[in-house]
Design a protein around this ligand. Structure first.
Ligand SMILES: [Zn+2]
Length: 336
């Protein structure tokens, strides 16, 4: 079960909070048998894979054979959860074209568009495509935490000056939430008609991350708290919260984890990823003791043997990960 402290999470009279007492039942009563996998749609940048009845992972394939970002329309993994009344999209991808493609597939496959989108965190590879879900006057409800929206405005509303004009160009077509999650201390249950999901507020990849659990099937959408086969991005990480959040996601019994980037994996098999996170924690502590800069620590860092064949979106990611610890400790990156 999830190691959530009941008293701190459950608030009396809160109608949106899932009664926490029911969560262990939700988690333990579902079969851990491996779900069926069927590709139901495919494009140059992603494929949609059925991972359970009415539950689909959108798996992005952005890299070409030489490891370049050839097709970034979707960039992150996400998914579709189909209820009798509503279709929930997990995340909104990098570009409107990517989200629009996913929405078109929903219409083709299920006869109706996405009605709700949950953004797991602020990063543009998960939020930059939001505009693509809008179809004339019709568009989904967009859910994100208040802190995620505040961080998006803080990070992305600046942008670059457009020469010869008084305007600035943000790095993406920013779209805000229509439904804001203010209170990150409690679980939220969302009813899709005939099935429901649980939204679990966490942190670590960023100051505000959401994971989504399908209540009737052992499937979790971990956002960027979970990566598989790729070294994770720590650009906005709160490293002290990452390992505990991951432990929580791995402690709910055997579930299929739809990661934010890379492959799909059973939570039973995620130990190498936890080891990778722990190796960064160790490397950062060691660098602090030795008085090394994050750069030097990144250069000397070795992946654990269990993840030695994992890839990198960016070779500087270990340095950035150690730098995230330095930031949390209030240390100057280069003068450690
Ligand atoms: Zn991401």
């Amino acid at each position: 079960m999830f190691n959530l402290e009941r008293r701190s999470v459950l608030k009396a009279g809160a109608t949106s909070a899932l009664a926490l007492a029911s969560l262990p039942g939700v988690i333990s009563s579902v079969s851990a048998a491996s779900p069926k996998r069927r590709v139901v749609a495919e494009s140059a940048f992603a494929r949609i894979v059925e991972v359970g009845d009415g539950v689909f992972a959108v798996v992005s394939t952005p890299l070409d054979s030489e490891g370049r970002f050839a097709a970034p329309q979707t960039l992150c993994n996400g998914g579709l959860i189909v209820g009798d009344e509503r279709i929930l999209s997990i995340d909104a991808y990098y570009q409107p074209e990517g989200a629009a493609w996913v929405n078109e597939q929903a219409k083709k496959l299920f006869g109706r568009p996405v009605s709700d989108v949950i953004c797991t965190h602020l990063h543009l590879d998960h939020t930059g495509g939001l505009a693509g879900f809008q179809d004339g006057a019709v568009g989904p409800e967009i859910y994100m935490t208040a802190s995620t929206w505040a961080l998006m405005v803080e990070q992305y509303s600046g942008g670059t000056a457009i020469e010869g004009t008084p305007f600035i160009a943000p790095p993406a077509k920013l779209v805000g939430p229509t439904r804001v999650i203010e209170d990150e201390s409690q679980l939220v249950s969302m009813n899709l008609g005939g099935r429901s999901v649980t939204i679990l507020p966490l942190a670590g990849h960023t100051p505000s991350d959401l994971a989504i659990l399908v209540d009737d099937l052992p499937i979790t959408f971990g956002g960027d708290l979970a990566w598989w086969g790729l070294f994770p991005n720590y650009v906005d990480a709160v490293p002290s919260k990452l390992a505990p959040s991951l432990a929580k996601l791995m402690s709910g019994g055997s579930r299929l984890m739809v990661t934010g980037h890379g492959g799909l994996v059973s939570t039973d098999d995620m130990a190498p990823y936890a080891e990778l996170i722990a190796s960064i924690d160790t490397a950062a502590l060691q660098a602090r003791e030795q008085g090394w800069s994050a750069e030097k620590a990144g250069d000397t860092y070795k992946m654990p043997a269990s993840t030695a064949d994992w890839g990198f979106f960016n070779p500087r990611y270990p340095e950035r990960a150690i730098g995230a610890w330095f930031r949390e400790w209030g240390m100057d990156d280069n003068a450690a």
